[in-house]
Design a protein around this ligand. Structure first.
Ligand code: ADP
Length: 440
């Protein structure tokens, strides 16, 4: 028999033995009275211990575990050990948590933990400052209820966090934040906000500088170009060297004008105040025009085909789309040797409208592909110049693509050709009979 039962049955068994002895000495009635009385006393002692346990359980955090006697002594000793162990672990956990909180408070970034419905579960002091929160007061509140900037609310509503959100003029005056959301654990979200006001100011200065310089250059360039053209066309200009020099000067002036135009286009696209003006664009009609322009640029040196598999219109900006599509078509023509083939197509990939240009040209080796959309990045500088490139075409395309929340896909193999595709989101897909179709 185990130790517990031996101890538990010792007292009742002793009472029973004594009662039996009493039966022999004083008779059955007195013996049963003796037995019942001692059993009742035994029960009362147990109930007192139970009461002590109940009293402790009612406020176990504040009270100390009672000291039991008899059978209960062992139970209370074990309970006491367990409680001490539990308190120690709890203190260790609290210390670890405080340590973590101190570490996250020292972070140069705002950090907040949100649940799947964007309720705030915790945030560090910097996040409090960035979003105007009070960690104690606002726990459990939906963050969009407290930080109500439309861009932020829309960003959260879209559930698409691959790109960070740049939030200008957040809460505090003139503050620009870069906000990133990361999924972790069981449907939890880590919101990280970084103050990029200083970087944005430098970036704005850079943008303004480029825009101003380009703007200032435009007029003198037009004037000088006009004079060069006039001189070149003068009937009494006999000197062939002078004519050749003027011809070259005219070419370089044209290149500079193209460069200034592209820089101004980029500045306009980068301007945060220049929001995308959306309209229903008849892409099929736009592509027919670009196809004709492409044929005149190619001057019969390539087979240029147009495939319109989709008749859907697109929600976007006609001028910007024209510029992006036109740039890709002109690149395909410029980087495809004579006799090559170019296919321009407008089709659907599932629900997503796709514009693509496929060429059988010189292709691009894989290490260059990730850098193609950087300004002035050229694989072959001399070929780009020879064909009148500015090195800004794909940078312009990238901006237009991101303003339309689309993605640019580049597949290419050196010596075999390239395919540049712009994949639009299905939400931009419009039925053919759009109310207002812009002819371009
Ligand atoms: P560029 O004015 O030099 O063409 P882009 O920004 O339009 O500038 O293109 C950047 C570089 O990408 C080009 O210099 C060229 O090396 C490469 N490139 C672009 N399109 C193609 C293409 N269809 N085939 C091969 N190379 C291309």
């Amino acid at each position: 028999m185990c130790y517990f039962w031996r101890r538990a049955l010792f007292v009742p068994f002793t009472i029973l033995v004594l009662s039996l002895l009493a039966w022999a000495a004083v008779g059955a009635l007195l013996a049963s009275l003796f037995f019942s009385m001692f059993m009742l006393i035994n029960l009362a002692l147990h109930l007192r211990q139970l009461e002590a346990l109940d009293y402790w359980l009612a406020d176990s955090d504040q009270r100390i575990v009672p000291n039991g006697s008899g059978l209960w002594e062992e139970v209370f000793t074990r309970l006491n050990r367990m409680v001490r162990q539990h308190r120690k672990e709890h203190e260790q956990r609290v210390a670890a948590l405080q340590h973590m909180e101190q570490a996250t408070s020292a972070l140069p970034e705002g950090v907040a933990i949100l649940d799947e419905a964007y309720h705030i579960e915790w945030c560090n002091p910097l996040a409090e400052r960035h979003f105007g929160l009070d960690c104690k007061r606002d726990i459990g509140q939906q963050i969009t209820y407290l930080a109500r900037q439309p861009e932020f609310v829309q960003y959260l509503a879209l559930h698409e966090f691959s790109e960070p959100l740049v939030l200008c003029g957040a809460r505090q005056n003139g503050l620009t934040l870069s906000i990133k959301l990361i999924h972790y654990g069981d449907n939890k979200l880590l919101l990280i906000s970084r103050d990029i006001t200083h970087l944005e100011r430098i970036e704005t200065m850079r943008r303004d500088f480029v825009a101003n310089v380009s703007h200032e250059l435009r007029t003198p360039l037009t004037v000088v170009n006009g004079f060069v053209e006039t001189l070149h066309d003068m009937p009494n200009l006999e000197n062939s060297m002078a004519r050749r020099a003027l011809h070259l000067m005219g070419e370089q002036m044209y290149r500079m004008e193209q460069l200034v135009d592209d820089l101004l286009t980029l500045s306009k696209l980068e301007d945060t105040l220049n929001a995308l003006q959306e309209e229903a664009v008849d892409v099929a009609r736009l592509l027919c025009t670009l196809h004709q322009e492409g044929q005149s640029l190619s001057a019969g040196k390539h087979t240029l085909r147009l495939e319109l598999e989709s008749s859907c219109a697109l929600l976007g900006n006609a001028d910007e789309l024209r510029s992006a599509f036109g740039n890709l078509i002109s690149n395909a023509i410029r980087y495809t040797p004579h006799g090559g083939e170019i296919l321009v197509s407008w089709h659907e990939q599932g629900e997503q409208p796709v514009f693509s240009v496929q060429d059988s040209g010189i292709g691009i080796s894989p290490q260059h592909i990730p850098r193609l959309t950087e300004r002035f990045y050229r694989v072959d500088r001399s070929r780009s110049r020879e064909t009148g490139g500015t090195g800004l075409g794909l940078a312009i395309v990238k901006h237009i693509v991101s303003r339309h929340k689309a993605r640019l896909e580049i597949v290419s193999e050196e010596g075999k050709g390239s395919t540049f595709s712009i994949v639009f989101s299905s939400s931009r897909h419009l039925p053919v009979q759009a109310e207002k179709v812009i002819a371009t």
